[in-house]
Design a protein around this ligand. Structure first.
Ligand code: SF4
Length: 276
């Protein structure tokens, strides 16, 4: 199975993970101003090693693997955002899953959360297929990009505030590069919400004070800081597509489709009615 995400460097293998730290690897997010293409950012992020705890965890998981995936080569590195560089709708999650994105090398790919998210995107006409199993499965997103404020899989799905802050420059640069086309954002869960607001402020949008509180269905306009001709973005809150939320019915497919359809409308994207 090819687990190399499109646009990123070769995933190597478990043996290669032992040798990481050689040329191309980064002990901290570098000065990212020189990166003026999203594909370059996506490729560069895969070499980041700025968070020792997360580096150790992602590589340990890649070595030991889950029994069901024992014959697969895990990606075991930071997972870049996925979707076109001229996306007008951005979906912001939390962090890659240990045996999902950390295995396949693509956001929300290879786990139950991704199944829910991409099924909903396909239902409303924003994805070419409703499943996301590997980086080479042919999935295309239409006007939509998916990213996260933390790009490495954390133990227990819980990055620390320090890790969130260390990873922020990657999200800020991603937002800056998307800025010419970005019109709306769906943030999945409170952690993503709290991480995204300062990133938007750093990337050139005005975040209201006091900071808006996360809620499912929340909608906030973030004005552009640099003049009336600059475009604002609409920020939407949505419960995370975690198994806990979807198994308990806290977030239903219909609720997710509703948020995606509203956010797509704010982004000027055309969706289709869902009749399933
Ligand atoms: S979480 Fe972000 S900053 Fe930390 S090592 Fe991964 S990519 Fe680098």
């Amino acid at each position: 199975m090819d687990s190399s995400p499109a646009g990123s460097s070769d995933p190597g293998n478990v043996g290669d993970l032992d040798g990481m730290g050689a040329s191309g690897d980064l002990d901290a997010p570098p000065d990212l101003d020189d990166l003026d293409a999203l594909a370059d950012l996506d490729a560069r992020i895969a070499g980041c090693r700025a968070c020792p705890r997360l580096v150790a965890w992602r590589e340990e998981v890649a070595r030991t693997r889950r029994a069901a995936f024992a014959d697969q080569t895990y990606w075991g590195r930071p997972v870049p955002g996925y979707g076109p560089a001229d996306a007008s709708l951005l979906i912001v999650g939390l962090a890659p899953a240990a045996h999902g994105g950390n295995r396949t090398g693509r956001m929300f790919t290879g786990d139950r959360s991704g199944d829910v998210l991409y099924a909903a995107l396909h239902d409303v006409g924003l994805a070419s297929r409703g499943t996301s199993v590997s980086a080479d499965d042919g999935l295309e997103l239409y006007g939509v990009r998916v990213t996260s404020p933390v790009h490495c899989a954390p133990p227990a799905n819980k990055p620390t505030p320090g890790e969130r802050d260390t990873c922020r420059p990657w999200l800020v640069r991603e937002l800056e590069l998307l800025r010419p086309t970005l019109r709306s954002v769906v943030v999945l869960g409170a952690f993503g919400w709290q991480a995204a607001l300062p990133a938007f402020a750093a990337a050139g949008w005005t975040v209201p004070r006091p900071r808006p509180v996360f809620a499912h269905g929340a909608r906030v306009s973030l004005g552009a800081q640099d003049g009336p001709s600059a475009r604002s973005v609409e920020l939407f809150g949505c419960f995370h597509v975690s198994q806990r939320n979807t198994f308990t019915g806290r977030l239903t497919p219909a609720m997710l489709r509703d948020v995606l359809r509203t956010a797509a409308g704010a982004a000027g994207l055309t969706t289709r009615p869902y009749d399933g």
